[in-house]
Design a protein around this ligand. Structure first.
Ligand code: PEP
Ligand code: MG
Length: 591
């Protein structure tokens, strides 16, 4: 009699992207199609001939698909169509087409395997090349290969919004736009190979309140569809085929986590004051209008950051003034007299448009992103400004401009706001012209100009996610350099102090809406800096309010002085641990 062998438990460690625990079946979303390739040897000659024919058919189908897309591409996206034309040529290029057929025949292997082999060789040839034209061609090869591979495997690209089982997603990568389509009734959590704590994908996961772990390189290789897995978003671990004992332990942890969350959410409806009576407003960041309910449920004192770009990312066309106005008004209706900080469009960077705008940037994070894009497209910018000014009649709106790098940009943006006001006057529409204006402090050059900029605006909102990325020269989503990405680096703390002093001197309000604002470990420092408001993903509001109630403002100010004398992250960490370690462990999520 044979006994079935239970699969061994495997534990993978990654980056904790969103806290909480979920247990369920894995569902692989393999965009690229190339990661999971069936490999088999073929001996029979007819079968070998078949493989060549299959490959040729898949290429022909890819060509037809590309022509259909090119035909449907509008004139203003001509550059995009040109890229696709290049891909059609590549489909028949000897390097890819000829060599794959050759490899099938010579090595007697199936078409998918042969294609994968050829592409890996070609990609490694391109790896050390710095010429941007050639680099772009390498990307084209990858896209073309994905298309052929999909046709070979008969795989449809997965549409996350259409998944109809309760599952945990496993993907190489999820774009912020895809993540924002996650249906909470179906998707319990996710695991990705790429990404980091402040990637927009993990920010959205935290807002949705679903556990997520990122940066697990072996995820799509080791996890199979329908495997039972545990995602421990708080600890950054994933368990494949968990043992009975692990399962029991994590079911208990899950119950503890959820009941703790419910407990502190109740207390969170009250204002948060430090032990010496100083009120700190704790606000929520949202990406979609409907998330405003989560801000209310978690006791948020308003919306400190409304990332409006997600409305633009999900649709092929830009939304019009009326649609934007209705969306903003919906948020204001729920928040009533609490402030709602509407940030103008921050597209590109890692939030590329679904429809390629025709511009391919080598370095999108340093490219035509946010205000830079808006100043280049004043029509798009003014449409949004008009919608915001009109919505401001219905609540307490603040207008926030992202990613400014210079004083000049602020001046141009201000003149466009005046233009938008003039348009509304001419069109005889109802609007509010007294909307407080603020800028995100997230580019180091603007931080260094904070004293001058403070004279021109009503508030600052510090965007630490980008401020750290740009100050430390680390891509916020790159796991390899994540060790440098530390909000408590002395260089960042000095910048924050400079910005805070500038705001206090001019008597303007000082807010923070980057992820640091919701980090319990950083709270003593933030209180010491005298921030008026902290804005974070709504799920973090209860924890932060809870912790504010355990710290004295005067103590935090004195503590900051000591922190600023330190020269390394480690020294800052040790100091926080020594003075506030107990309070922090008592208030953060239970492990
Ligand atoms: C930031 O950069 O800190 C920020 C809040 O903006 P985003 O994360 O949308 O870039
Ligand atoms: Mg930013």
């Amino acid at each position: 009699m044979s006994t079935a062998v239970e699969p061994q438990e495997i534990i993978l460690n990654g980056i904790s992207a969103s806290p909480g625990i979920c247990i369920g079946k894995a569902y692989l979303v393999d965009h690229e199609g190339v990661d999971i390739v069936k490999r088999y040897q073929i001996i029979d000659d007819t079968a070998l001939q078949n493989e060549t024919t299959r490959f040729k058919k898949a290429v022909k189908q890819a060509k037809d698909e590309l022509y259909a897309i090119i035909k449907g591409t509008s004139e203003d996206l001509q550059e995009h169509a040109d890229i696709l034309e290049t891909q059609v040529v590549l489909l028949e290029d000897k390097m890819l087409y000829g060599r794959t057929i050759e490899t099938i025949k010579k090595e007697k292997i199936n078409a998918e395997w042969a294609l994968k082999k050829v592409v890996s060789k070609v990609s490694s040839m391109f790896q050390d090349i710095t010429d941007t034209y050639l680099k772009d061609r390498a990307t084209d090869i990858v896209h073309v290969t994905d298309r052929i591979m999909r046709n070979l495997m008969g795989a449809e690209p997965v549409n996350i919004a259409e998944i109809d089982k309760r599952v945990i997603l496993i993907a190489r990568d999820l774009s912020p736009a895809e993540t924002s389509q996650i249906n909470l009734e179906r998707i319990m959590g996710f695991v990705t190979m790429l990404g980091g704590v402040t990637s927009h994908t993990s920010i959205i996961a935290r807002t949705l309140g679903i556990p997520a772990v990122q940066g697990i390189e072996e995820a799509t290789r080791l996890i199979q569809n329908d495997d039972i897995i545990i995602v421990d978003g708080s600890g950054g671990n994933v368990f494949i085929h968990p043992s009975e004992a692990t399962l029991m332990e994590y079911v208990e942890r899950q119950i503890r986590f959820e009941s703790y969350r419910a407990d502190i959410a109740r207390d969170s409806q009250r204002a948060a004051r430090t032990t010496d009576g100083h009120r700190v407003k704790v606000m929520g960041n949202i990406e979609q209008p409907e998330q405003v309910v989560t801000v209310m449920d978690n006791g948020g004192d308003g919306v400190g950051l409304f990332r409006t770009e997600f409305q633009y990312l999900a649709s092929p066309d830009f939304p019009g003034e009326e649609e934007l106005f209705e969306n903003y008004k919906d948020v204001l209706d729920v928040m009533q007299d609490q402030p709602v900080t509407i940030r103008t469009l921050d597209i590109n960077g890692d939030k590329a448009l679904m429809r390629n705008s025709g511009v391919t940037e080598i370095n999108p994070a340093l490219g035509l992103r946010a205000i830079r894009y808006c100043l280049k497209r004043p029509d798009v910018f003014k449409t949004q400004l008009k919608a915001i000014l009109r919505a401001a009649v219905y609540g307490e709106v603040r207008l926030l401009l992202p990613m400014l790098a210079t004083y000049d940009e602020l001046m141009v943006a201000k003149s466009l706001i005046e233009d938008a006001i003039q348009c509304l006057e001419n069109e005889d529409k109802e609007y509010n012209r007294n909307v407080p204006l603020g800028v995100m402090i997230e580019v180091p050059s603007l931080a260094m100009m904070a004293d001058v900029i403070a004279r021109e605006v009503d508030f600052f909102s510090i965007g630490t996610n980008d401020l750290i990325q740009y100050s430390m020269a680390v891509d916020r989503g790159n796991r390899e350099v994540a060790y440098l990405y530390n909000p408590l680096h002395p260089a960042i703390l000095r910048t924050l102090k400079f910005v805070s002093d500038a705001a206090k001197k001019e008597g303007i309000q000082l807010f923070m809406c980057g992820e640091m604002a919701g980090d319990p470990f950083s709270l003593p420092v933030l209180l010491g800096l005298g921030l008026d408001e902290l804005s974070m993903n709504p799920q973090s509001i209860p924890v932060m309010k809870n912790m504010i109630r355990s710290i004295g403002m005067a103590d935090a100010e004195k503590f900051l002085q000591k922190v600023l004398e330190q020269t390394t992250c480690q020294a800052v960490n040790d100091l926080i641990q020594k003075e506030y370690g107990e309070i922090i462990s008592a208030t953060i999520y239970p492990k």
